[in-house]
Design a protein around this ligand. Sequence first.
Ligand code: ZN
Length: 181
Amino acid sequence: MLAALSLAAACETPPPEFELAPPPQSPAAVNEKSAALPRAWVRVAGGPLTHPAMNAAVAEIKRLRLWGAMTSHLTRLNIRARPGESAVPQDRHLADSLYRSTRRGEGRVCRVTFYPRAMRDDLAKQRYYYSQDRLPVEPPTMDDFWVAILAHELTHCRDSGRTEKVALRVERRVLERLRAR
Ligand SMILES: [Zn+2]
């Protein structure tokens, strides 16, 4: 239950800024588009600690062969971190995502924001509960936490199957696969 509580606060996804344009209609249109358009333009921001961590999370999701399915519909993906205690949201959620159409409606933009201070505190809490036998599963490492949370947030940047329930399931499965390495 504590795990559920902890994970339920994993993120806060604001509603799209405006209505998403419908996805391309016919398969032909999709093929044409994917042939003509480059892959998602990915920008990983962050400082000397967070930038490598986020890059590593992207590489790990690619290694798990989840990257294409999670990002191929995007035209732009921005990944950033807001370190420090002052950046942590009031409810101490760990990350955000924002998913919207581009202004002309022809593409999809996803922005993921991590709050590393909140992530570290949450992991410390999880480790404490685990040491007290109040968590059934050993908490992940910080490195794996970045990966699982990125997968969680990317799940919110989809046109369907983007609810918190689905995102938590994706997060759990990614952690299971990381543990099985
Ligand atoms: Zn979420």
